[in-house]
Design a protein around this ligand. Structure first.
Ligand code: HAM
Length: 449
């Protein structure tokens, strides 16, 4: 085959129908759990005034310094070399801008919002790292209490449990203190490195001036060795922060949520205060976190609003899909046929009409061949529809008050009583793939967006 003339840009990919099934499945789980907990959906624009990201996420973070995709407005003579807009690298800053812009502080607090959609970071593409990727995002703005952090984490664990990947992940959690705690710590860190700068690799030497906290999760061995003697953040954590964290962990215990306290977890965005957390792959650890979040009590003020606390989380959908596939989780799609009903003879046909209607009414996706074809050709059709089960009703079965139930994958069949067949099929579907069956109905909605 000739090389195609055009391909997707580096770090981007088509979401083809097979992957789209997973996307839809995740969106449904997110919508279901978010709405259950009172979150309302919003969609901030895909590009925003770049200062929102610079101020919010932090000018010296990788995301802003290296990874923002600029969006040029209409070219004009006044156009400066710096573009005014950037594609959103995440949702939080834009949603906080929206909270201020639309006066959401007038609403009952906290305001709980969720968003789902593409984000853009000009990252070096590698496994699980793309330039266009999808996040689902949950934000709780307007009140501060460890019970809110706990509830948010609870909703996220419910989503991961619904998607059947929770047991592949660990929840890493830390408290990085208030802004004041961090200022004191940063000063101590800078003082500690006085005279030692020359032993730092160049990148970290630069970080020491721009963003010293980033040294803590440096991958450089020299830096890590030096850090062994450095002051520890715990020493600067205020009693209030410690108490806040202890209470949060108590709440997580009460909710039965497992976590790993991780004093090294700092996160790559500057807006965080106090609680930070990430969901890591149990085997690969920090690399390719499936999601992360935390508290950002100073962000709204940074963006020009009244001081307002907030806490939130975002999950990376491509990474979640990877986990679902690894775990063998099938993403159901709306078109899946659960049961194919085949019949022979006028009496059977009439009974099947009712049977099909009852199955559909109970949420079982059912196709019925009510023509005059032979049972053999009806079975071939059932195969083509990729139905999980076939129900066959012939003249003999009608007389005996039975029906033949065929497991299409196993190729096995048995004659069972006609009465109660609908419940019987529902039980079997549940055993075969509980997620497929219950999730599809539970999250049934008019759109896939
Ligand atoms: P984040 O840790 O930068 O946090 O991103 C959240 C998740 O998005 C990551 O854990 C990862 O799964 C996914 N992700 C990030 N970058 C990429 C990439 N280049 N390719 C594929 N997936 C990626 C935030 O974005 C914060 N806004 C989360 C938050 C919400 N904090 C408070 N509220």
């Amino acid at each position: 085959m000739a090389e195609p003339q055009f391909r997707t840009p580096k770090g981007t990919h088509d979401v083809l129908p097979e992957e789209q099934r997973y996307m839809t499945y995740i969106k449904k789980a997110v919508r279901h759990r978010a709405r259950q907990a009172g979150y309302k959906r919003m969609d901030p624009p895909i590009f925003e005034d770049r200062r929102i990201f610079e101020r919010g996420i932090g000018e010296h973070t990788d995301i802003v310094e290296k990874e923002l995709f600029s969006v040029l407005g209409k070219r004009s003579e006044e156009q400066t070399d710096k573009s005014e807009f950037a594609l959103r690298p995440e949702f939080t800053a834009g949603m906080c801008r929206s909270y201020i812009e639309h006066g959401m502080q007038q609403l009952p607090q906290p305001v709980e919002l969720f968003a789902i959609g593409p984000c853009f970071r000009h990252d070096r593409p590698q496994k699980g790292r793309f330039r266009q990727f999808h996040q689902f995002d949950l934000e709780v703005i307007g009140l501060k209490d460890p019970s809110l952090d706990a509830q948010l984490i609870h909703v996220v664990t419910k989503i991961f449990a619904d998607l059947r990947i929770l047991d592949r992940l660990t929840l890493q959690i830390n408290n990085i203190g208030t802004a004041e705690n961090r200022t004191a710590f940063v000063q101590a860190l800078k003082d500690f490195f006085i005279g030692k700068e020359r032993n730092l690799p160049e990148l970290d030497r630069e970080r020491l001036t721009t963003n010293p906290l980033r040294l803590l999760d440096s991958k450089e061995e020299d830096t890590q060795v030096l850090l062994k003697g450095a002051p520890l953040f715990e020493q600067f954590l205020s009693d209030e922060s410690k108490q806040y964290h202890a209470t949060l962990l108590e709440y997580l215990d009460a909710l039965g949520i497992a976590y790993v306290p991780n004093p090294h977890l700092v996160r790559g965005l500057d807006y965080y205060t106090q609680t930070v957390f990430e969901f890591w792959d149990q085997t690969t650890g920090a690399q390719n976190a499936v999601g992360g979040g935390g508290r950002y009590d100073g962000l709204i003020e940074l963006l020009g609003g009244k001081p307002t606390p907030g806490v939130g989380f975002a999950g990376g959908m491509e990474r979640i899909i990877w986990h679902m596939k690894e775990a063998g989780v099938q993403a159901p799609h709306k078109d899946q046929v659960d049961v194919f009903v085949a019949q022979l003879g006028p009496e059977a046909k009439k009974n099947c009409l009712l049977l099909i209607s009852e199955l559909r009414e109970k949420g079982v996706h059912t196709v019925g061949a009510l023509g005059e074809a032979s049972l053999k050709s009806q079975m071939r059709l059932a195969d083509k529809f990729e139905a999980l089960f076939a129900l066959l009703l012939g003249k003999m079965e009608v007389k005996r008050g039975t029906i033949i139930l065929r497991d299409m994958k196993k190729g096995q069949q048995q004659e069972v009583p006609f009465d109660g067949i609908v419940d019987h099929v529902i039980t079997l579907l549940g055993e075969k793939n509980l997620d497929t069956y219950t999730l599809r109905d539970q999250f049934a909605g008019p759109t896939d967006d």
